[in-house]
Design a protein around this ligand. Sequence first.
Ligand SMILES: [Zn+2]
Length: 205
Amino acid sequence: MADARKTKNSTQEHEQAHEHEHELDAERNVEREARRRTALAQIRQYPDPVLRMRAREVEVFDEALARQAARMIALMHDASGVGLAANQFGSLLRMFTIELGDESARAIINPRITPLGDELETDEEGCLSLPGVLVPVERAVSVRLEGQGVDGRELTLELDGLPARAVQHEVDHLDGVLTINRTTPEARREALAVLRPRVVLAGSR
Ligand SMILES: [Zn+2]
């Protein structure tokens, strides 16, 4: 009996501790979601015209550029994104930030992409500027990415799979190209049906 009660008590304690953990988790999730929404509100959304513009080459590698890169990386993290192009930040400098596997996030300036091989793959892509839209996009499976770091140093990376897809997506942004311009006509139609009501609401203000 005493033993049973003891077990019961420790079970209760355990459950209470567990409940507390759940509450903490829920709190953390609410906090993360709030941060994500705040970040999304700072990211340019379709049909903002800056998303259709071509970003220009970066020539000056100064403190301001490094600061912008740091702010873009923070915004990308808060928005739970893996990549963010300058256009989405309201800037027309040729740069994007990216999460490349286990490496920490970095900024790539004046990027150039060369497909390695002919292999193409179609997969669904989302975009922080097109919330609620996932469309199939065909991309090269392997690419060489050349560009510069925030310090102006040249860099070359060979990428496959998801990171390769992500950098192609970001360079598209710098050329004013969105996933809905690269997808099938049906997927584009469906995406626009999701996006249009928001456009009408924005336009009526
Ligand atoms: Zn995007």
